[in-house]
Write a protein that binds this ligand. Structure first.
Ligand SMILES: Cc1ncc(C[n+]2csc(CCOP(=O)(O)OP(=O)(O)O)c2C)c(N)n1
Ligand SMILES: [Mg+2]
Length: 597
């Protein structure tokens, strides 16, 4: 007769066989069977008890973004499960794998309108690629195994609802298996020579080429740079792909749009040909930056080619491979006026950023804090960045290299993802420094889980950029709203250092530029000693420069408006790209309003 095993333990054996090391969650009546099984699996899988299920689901979503490993989270039937939504949507929007195991009543009580009972599968239908209720105990390990294949294979969310009693049920030990050993990552489609030729031809003809490097180029930064050097093309990235390149690389122009760099926006405006590699950026459809340009798209997914704009040439395949092929075939271009003007523009912008970062007098701003991070952080530090002005500032002022990992919630863009991401990063990379960079609004959504990091000895540094506003939205209201600002200012200050201390972490407050270095030295020493540190940086509530609304060009704006803009954003030495183009003997492509009058 076959040996017996509980269905819950068999399910956990399956989960472990897929390389899962931890499961996030909060226990509950509908999860008692699961927790009982987890007790027996403690030597291989850690239960990470969080203080809010959303933190668990966001940690589970951030985990594959940092390491590629699937995140697993529990939600109790009803309220615990509905609390998972933000993490699950974050995973779906970023195409990363998460398994959500959600509880429910014992099977014989189902459909009786019981306590906390919801018709759950329909709730998770939209967010999930795979979404079922387990029908009987022997099915539990099999469904979990399928859920792993579906989530990992499709890069999305699998939701499995389990009646609480199934975990305890005994099944035959030979009635389950794991398919993990048979899982293979699909190979990229083979490149088509004709497609490479057509793309190469357009690039050879281009007078003002730009490489737009999306997330598909991650791990291939050097290949992109090789092509850029040969083509003399500046490199623009998508907002989530900054750590693919070295900040110091002079041809690097940041990203376009609001969460971007001035050169990223201007260079796309002035380009004539864009090699759009491995990106599904939704911002490509808005803003008009791509109008009238030759558009060459590389993507590994045929469904994405042409999704955001009409293409002039298309390459189906891996972005790194395609870029290497193009580099072999493309003409070695001589230095061009376009490239020189672009580099000058990049340099002028970097000087602007450096000037802000290195200020030694005046009110404390986020920029000087970033300068301290650049100075004090380990070179392979991980950064989990929340959503708000902090995202914008971090892509401009963090000096990232491919040794770092910089992750955020780029598409779902949920606030409150910074701290959960730092939990996941530290669990995955215990010997690397884990930074959480959050605004006071975003941090306020999840700050109760500092104690989770303390409880599991997850040393980390959390910077709270306290500007007393929902800054990112205040700026939007400034542009769009007819009435005065509404609902964006904070009236009551919060002492985040005290909140940290109250949870067993170390808390510091910085209120002036002069205090920064001393606090950072202490914070780094604390972090090295294994502590969790929160730094409450009381910064001004001024906005970062809006690079999508530049008021710098005398051909477009009045001297008075330019002066106002420069004074406000301390941008006295910032020049419009037009000036660099003209210095190099080039006409601007963009028909500015005044020019075309
Ligand atoms: C969960 C969630 N709620 C609301 C928003 C809309 N939103 C985007 S940024 C932002 C303000 C962020 O404020 P804070 O964390 O203080 O950062 P700041 O912009 O002030 O630096 C808001 C409300 C969001 N993205 N996510
Ligand atoms: Mg704020």
């Amino acid at each position: 007769m076959a040996e017996k095993i509980t269905a819950g333990k068999a399910a956990l054996n399956v989960i472990e066989s897929w390389g899962v090391k931890q499961i996030y969650g909060i226990p509950a009546g509908s999860l008692n069977g699961m927790m009982d099984a987890m007790y027996t699996a403690q030597d291989t899988i850690d239960f990470i008890q969080v203080r809010h299920e959303e933190v668990g689901s966001l940690a589970a979503a951030m985990q594959p973004k940092f390491s590629g490993n699937i995140g697993v989270v529990l939600g109790s039937g009803g309220p615990g499960a509905t609390h998972l939504m933000n993490g699950l949507y974050d995973a779906r929007e970023d195409g990363v794998p998460v398994l959500a195991i959600i509880g429910t009543r014992p099977l014989h009580e189902i459909n009786l309108d019981g306590f906390q009972e919801l018709n759950q599968n329909p709730i998770y239908a939209d967010v999930s690629d795979y979404n079922v209720r387990v029908a009987y105990p022997e099915q539990l390990p099999k469904i979990i195994d399928r859920a792993m294949r579906e989530a990992i294979g499709k890069g999305g969310v699998a939701t499995v609802e389990v009646p609480v009693d199934f975990h305890w049920a005994e099944i035959d030990d030979d009635a389950w298996y794991s398919s993990a050993n048979g899982y293979r990552k699909p190979l990229a489609p083979r490149l088509n020579d004709k497609d490479i030729e057509e793309a190469t031809k357009l690039l050879n003809e281009a007078k003002r080429p730009v490489i737009y490097a999306g997330i598909g180029t991650r791990g291939h930064g050097k290949d992109v740079v090789d092509l850029a050097d040969k083509l003399k093309a500046p490199v623009v990235v998508t907002g989530k792909n900054y750590d693919t390149f070295d900040f110091e690389y002079a041809g690097f122009m940041g990203s376009a749009g609001r969460v971007g760099w001035k050169p990223g926006n201007e260079i796309l405006e002035e380009a004539d040909t864009i090699l759009f590699a491995g990106s599904d950026s939704p911002f490509v459809e808005s803003g008009g930056l791509f109008e009238g340009k030759k558009f060459i798209q590389i993507d590994i997914d045929p469904a994405r080619i042409g999704k955001r704009r009409p293409v002039d040439a298309a390459i189906l395949g891996d972005a790194g491979e395609a870029i290497r092929e193009i580099t072999e075939k493309v003409d070695d271009k001589p230095e061009s006026a376009w490239y020189r003007a672009s580099l000058k523009n990049g340099k002028n912008w970097r000087e602007y950023m450096t000037a802000l970062e290195t200020k030694t007098e005046g009110d404390l701003q986020a920029y000087q804090i970033f300068n301290a991070i650049n100075k004090h952080a380990d070179e392979d530090a991980t950064y989990s960045v929340d959503v708000g002005n902090v995202t914008q500032n971090s892509v401009r002022h963090l000096h990232l290299t491919p040794k770092n990992l910089w992750r955020t919630s780029p598409k779902f863009a949920t606030m409150g993802s910074g701290l959960p991401g730092s939990i996941a990063a530290k669990l995955e990379f215990s010997d690397r420094q884990s930074w959480d960079l959050s605004g006071d609004g975003g941090f306020g959504m999840v700050m109760q889980d500092i104690v989770t990091m303390v409880q599991y000895n997850l040393s980390s540094i959390h910077i709270v950029f306290s500007n007393m506003i929902y800054g990112f939205i205040k700026r939007e209201q400034e542009i769009s709203n007819k009435n005065p600002f509404f609902g964006v200012d904070f009236k009551s200050p919060v002492d985040f250092a005290k909140i940290a201390e109250a949870q067993g972490a170390v808390g510091y407050t910085i209120t002036s530029i002069h205090e920064i270095d001393e606090v950072f030295e202490k914070a780094i020493a604390d972090e090295k000693a294994g502590k969790v540190v929160v730094i409450d940086a009381k910064i001004t509530n001024e906005q970062p420069i809006p690079v999508e609304y530049l008021v710098l060009d005398s051909k477009e704006h009045s001297e008075e408006d330019i002066k106002k803009y420069k004074d406000r954003f301390e941008a006295w030495n910032l020049k419009p790209f037009r000036e660099f183009l003209e210095e190099e003997g080039l006409e601007p492509n963009v028909k500015h309003s005044r020019l075309s009058d």
